[in-house]
Design a binder for this molecule. Sequence first.
Ligand code: ADP
Length: 504
Amino acid sequence: MNIFMVSSEAYPFSKTGGLGDIAGSLPLEISSINTTNTMNTRKASNINASLIIPLYKQNYKLINKKDILTTLEIEHGKNIVKVDIARIKHPNNDNINVYFIKEDNLFKRNGIYSENGIDYNDNASRFILFSKAAVKLIIYLYEKENLEVDIVHIHDWQTALIALYIKEVFNEEEALRKLKVIFTIHNLAYQGNFPVDIYGLLNISWKFFVHSRLEFYGNVSFIKAGIILSDIVTTVSPSYAKEIQGEEFGCGLNNLLSDVSSKLYGILNGGHDEEWDPKTDKYIKNNYDINTVSKKKIIRNSLYKEFGFINKSCPLVTMISRFDPQKGLDLIYQSFFEIATYNANFIFLFSKNNYFKDFEEDFIDRANRAKNIKVLFTFDESLAHRLTAGSDMYLMPSRFEPCGLNQIYSMKYGSIPIVHAVGGLKDTVINYNGAKTINKATGFVFNEYCIKSFVQTMDLAFDLYYNKKDIWNKLVANAMSKDYSLHRCALEYTKLYKKLLSDK
Ligand code: ADP
């Protein structure tokens, strides 16, 4: 089975969030699964996975002249754009081919979607070209190398148009006739809606600018192409799959998503089994497991030294995320007064977002008034790992959360998550609710999105931490034993791939 994963980001080549984690590690994980093996063990896989991603500035060092497979000429609006295709073996598995779409003007930049927190104003053009190039590459490989792709797995709005090009624009192409498309929505809030003046760049007939295809309140919606035309649509947790069919979280697409519910699946994301494992994590010096969890304190102490906290004998609470209202920043901001009173230190690591510049300044200003709070605005993979390993609790009060990976990582690292009962957070964290839940609870889950519930839940967590150490330690052990692995997630995707091919 030949599967091509197409994404705008994929770790370790590029990453801004959970999409990068999953699109990057899924090809590795599915190539270790044999779909004919009913025991689902990791033996001789019959899946050939490949990855197509843009070549960003930081990736140029990975390719040489000899890696350029071909140059494709792509019609892009009124121009013909020459796009180089570079092919390398994946550094972690040489059975996997990584195809880079190389177009210096559009992709050789400092950022992936934005720079200094401001989106590039030609993102529509960039990902239209990327999508066309990916489809043309599949046709090229069929014609020149006899490679028949069975399934294309596309992710989020940046690649959603691929469904349209495959199913309705270039559908007469021999290479694409039997091709199945699976589309994964990592976050419905990002839809790729652009003013109609970009339509010319699509190089398609105006017949597609109708409500049943790309038109969305007078704009062009890339995500609609993925939802309507893919054979299967998935999203990243079972709860989010239900939530997006309702008005509150449907972002205007709830009716469409209900209409396609028979092909809509919720597959819970998984944490990368080796990258995010306290036993093997390359970013921490003192690796540990469930039996040596006391080593977390050494990591915590070195963080306390590094960040210059005055109180060094209290628990550490962390949060690592994009600086986006989605992540429950208003709850954090409004509870700074209470946070400052806890006998604990807090470190917040945020990726910058210029849309909320004023709020960011206010946020920093308030945080700086407390001696036990540090806020950093940078994207730092290494620090993210160290904070997860060194912390005792993890905050994720998201307003909505398709899946969320950080609560999964934090549980694995024995850092107890405090989360809002929504989307993937609800599906992964088991709430501590007194003695009856002691054998399964892995964290704290509050139902109502308000300061009162959030603070009460933090109070409960600190009470347990300080006064009921046995229960706390049991929660840590429960959390660290949970299996939210990528392997389980990959098995579910391979079931869908198999289903798609048997439906042929
Ligand atoms: P989302 O995709 O909505 O951003 P997820 O929880 O699914 O949220 O995934 C976030 C990923 O991005 C995690 O791997 C997290 O550690 C990482 N991340 C987010 N912000 C930062 C940051 N400022 N520095 C380093 N890593 C970050």
